[in-house]
Design a protein around this ligand. Structure first.
Ligand code: ADP
Length: 160
């Protein structure tokens, strides 16, 4: 059976935490689609195409991973591509409430999709895209938080 999993998120920008979850999902499923979500209500540092291109670069060594962009609901995207699973990383307890709500909503929208939560590693537990942006914009070193393939683009954008 060809099990397809989706790893959705903003990825604005990609961090080591994201790549870790994608890598672990790729070891569990036949095909992993990293889905770059764009919400018209949100402002992003990178455009959807830029976020996609950074993710492609950082996951180029994982053969069963591909990256796509979508502006709609993840549950409906999953239905379109025949994905059985949505993989989400869980950091602190603070992620739980929102993620649980999302998982229940996605299941209502698409009964065929199951959400699987992977616990963040101790190392990446406090890492988020917004933390990277804050630290970087205030002149801090973000090289230990983001993949080396994405670092030059991230520095160029936040140090503008
Ligand atoms: P954020 O903007 O908070 O970094 P995203 O919306 O881009 O998050 O996250 C996409 C997915 O990656 C979500 O499932 C999120 O829980 C997960 N994720 C983000 N950061 C980490 C991390 N440091 N460790 C594990 N999972 C993470």
């Amino acid at each position: 059976m060809n099990k397809i999993a989706i790893c959705p998120g903003s990825f604005d920008p990609v961090t080591n935490g994201h790549v870790e979850i994608i890598r672990r999902a790729a070891a569990m499923f036949d095909r992993v689609i990293v889905l770059v979500a764009s919400n018209a209500m949100k402002r992003y540092l990178f455009s959807a195409e830029e976020r996609k291109s950074l993710l492609c670069r950082c996951t180029a060594d994982i053969p069963n991973v591909e990256v796509d962009c979508d502006e709609g609901l993840t549950a409906l995207y999953a239905k379109r591509v025949g994905a059985a699973v949505i993989v989400k990383g869980l950091r602190a307890l603070s992620d739980f409430d929102f993620e649980f709500q999302q998982a229940l909503t996605n299941r209502k929208l698409n009964m065929a999709v199951e959400t699987v939560f992977l616990p963040a590693s101790a190392e990446n537990m406090y890492l988020s895209s917004s933390m990277v942006k804050q630290v970087g914009m205030l002149g801090g070193d973000v090289s230990c938080f983001v993949p080396p393939e994405a670092l030059p683009d991230i520095l160029a954008r936040i140090r503008l």
